[in-house]
Design a protein around this ligand. Structure first.
Ligand code: AMP
Length: 283
């Protein structure tokens, strides 16, 4: 496995591999890798593809006052995990390599980015869409793997690939969780012991919502209230930024739940903001 720091070096290496008949699978990440990332990297390397992972903490997707500076950076451990997962190239560019000067181009999407995370973090999705357009252009994968953990991001990237006729197939991967249900996240390591002990309430609350839907509840407001009640039992959690009970494709709240449904939330424990979501199908 090789760690590559520059766009030119990576393009050169991948062009040679393509000439040898390889197609590329891609797992983009911001590093501080855990088993959720591992599942993406394994999938990128397994499907008969040459596995490429990127590790880049993208400044464009953090607003002023968010956790860009404190975001964990653990390149040595990340490289070891990537190698174990079968990755052939880790692309770990500097911010200057990716943005040598202020960019005149921003990629942004309407509709899918407007509610939920879009309301809480108004500049976030344009930062993700812009860096992903650059990374997909640099790496040129046939398949790119993303976690359902960031469900709205996955929905945005699927739509972006469709709207822009991108070559890469966008593949969603299930959320990997700790034994107590907490969705794995690079941010979990910044939770205090007290917050870590209470953080599983997030997945428990969502699971309660899903159980109610599975038991026949079709009123989104009732499901939302159930989830909010459960979240309010964690004394150290702030009030959630949002609790969304939505159609899994439009991400809008319908009058009555039907078909594929998703429940999503964002909850802050101290200065760590956790997001999670779960889905079910009403048949
Ligand atoms: P990040 O490094 O947080 O930007 O995440 C990089 C990719 O890993 C994104 O596609 C995330 O959705 C995915 N990811 C993060 N956490 C998990 C998880 N617990 N399970 C599955 N995928 C995840």
């Amino acid at each position: 496995m090789m760690i590559v720091r520059t766009i030119g070096e990576l393009r050169f290496a991948l062009a040679k591999q393509r000439a040898n008949g390889w197609t590329v699978g891609f797992a983009p990440t911001m590093g501080a890798l855990h088993d959720g990332h591992r599942s993406l990297m394994e999938a990128a390397s397994w499907d008969g593809c040459l596995g490429v992972a990127s590790i880049f903490v993208n400044p464009l997707q953090f607003a002023a006052g968010e956790d860009l500076d404190s975001y964990p950076r653990t390149l040595d451990a990340d490289a070891a995990m990537a190698e174990e997962a079968g990755i052939s190239y880790v692309f770990a560019p500097s911010a200057v390599e990716m943005y040598p000067e202020p960019s005149w181009t921003t990629v942004s999407l309407d509709v899918v980015t407007e509610p939920w995370e879009g309301e809480s973090r108004p500049t976030h999705f344009a930062g993700v869409a812009t860096v992903m357009t650059k990374l997909l252009s640099i790496v040129g994968p046939c398949r790119a793997y993303f976690g359902e953990k960031d469900y709205q991001q996955l929905a945005m990237l699927r739509r972006m690939a469709y709207d822009l006729n991108l070559d890469a197939e966008i593949i969603g991967m299930p959320t990997i969780r700790e034994d107590d249900g907490l969705a794995m996240s690079s941010r979990n390591r910044r939770l205090t012991p007290e917050h870590r002990a209470e953080a599983p309430i997030v997945s428990q609350a969502l699971r309660l919502g899903i159980a109610a839907i599975d038991a026949g509840e079709t009123n989104p407001a009732t499901v939302e209230a159930l989830i909010r009640d459960a979240l309010s039992t964690a004394p150290s959690a702030d009030a959630p930024d949002y609790v969304a009970v939505v159609d899994a494709n439009s991400l809008r709240t319908p009058d009555h739940l039907t078909g594929e449904v998703r429940v999503l939330t964002a909850v802050r424990f101290g200065d760590v903001r956790l997001i999670d979501n779960m889905g079910t199908l009403i048949s």
